[in-house]
Each structure stands twice: as structure tokens, then as C-alpha cells.
Write a protein that binds this ligand. Structure first.
Ligand SMILES: [Zn+2]
Length: 91
């Protein structure tokens, strides 16, 4: 089984970054469509990094972040994706 590291990182951070954004912009929509659009845009802006899962199927988030250039890069991609989606929501 293969996984794409940025996908793991984006899923892990989406809720946190979205909540943070919604505190500043209370009208932020958090419906499933907007969340999916946000994840898709963020992932298209991050380099793919496919790896094979180990036998236990564990993925360590810390390692994930190290492999893809750090947590800050993922947060930045998410914030920029949230801005795009909120300016032009498709729900
Ligand atoms: Zn929405």
C-alpha cells in the first residue's frame, strides 16, 4: 500500500488551520465541499511524496513533515487554499 505524505499532513492539519482562520474571519464556511476543495487545492500546490507503508501500517506525522519540507509549508499551502475557496465557494 502506498501513501502520499502531503495528503497525510494536509488531513492532519486541515481542522486546526481552518479553525484558526475562522477565528479571524467568522464567516468562513466549513462545509464538506469547501473542506474537500481546500484539500484538493492545497495538495495540488505541494510536491507529491509517495512512500510505501511499513508492515504495521503506521505513519509518523513528524517524519511526514520532515520529508515534505516542514509543517510551515503545509500550513502555508492550506491557508492559501482556504483563501481561494472562501473567495469563490462552490457549495
Ligand atoms: Zn461551504
Amino acid at each position: 500500500m502506498i501513501v502520499n505524505y502531503p495528503e497525510v499532513a494536509v488531513k492532519e492539519l486541515l481542522d486546526h488551520v481552518l479553525e484558526d482562520y475562522a477565528r479571524k474571519y467568522p464567516n468562513t464556511c466549513k462545509c464538506q465541499r469547501c473542506r474537500d476543495d481546500t484539500m484538493a487545492i492545497a495538495l495540488n500546490n505541494l510536491p507529491a511524496k509517495y512512500v510505501v507503508k511499513n508492515q504495521k501500517g503506521q505513519i509518523f506525522t513528524k517524519v511526514v513533515f520532515e520529508q515534505i519540507g516542514g509543517k510551515a509549508q503545509v500550513v502555508a499551502a492550506l491557508v492559501s487554499a482556504i483563501q481561494k475557496v472562501q473567495q469563490n465557494p462552490r457549495h
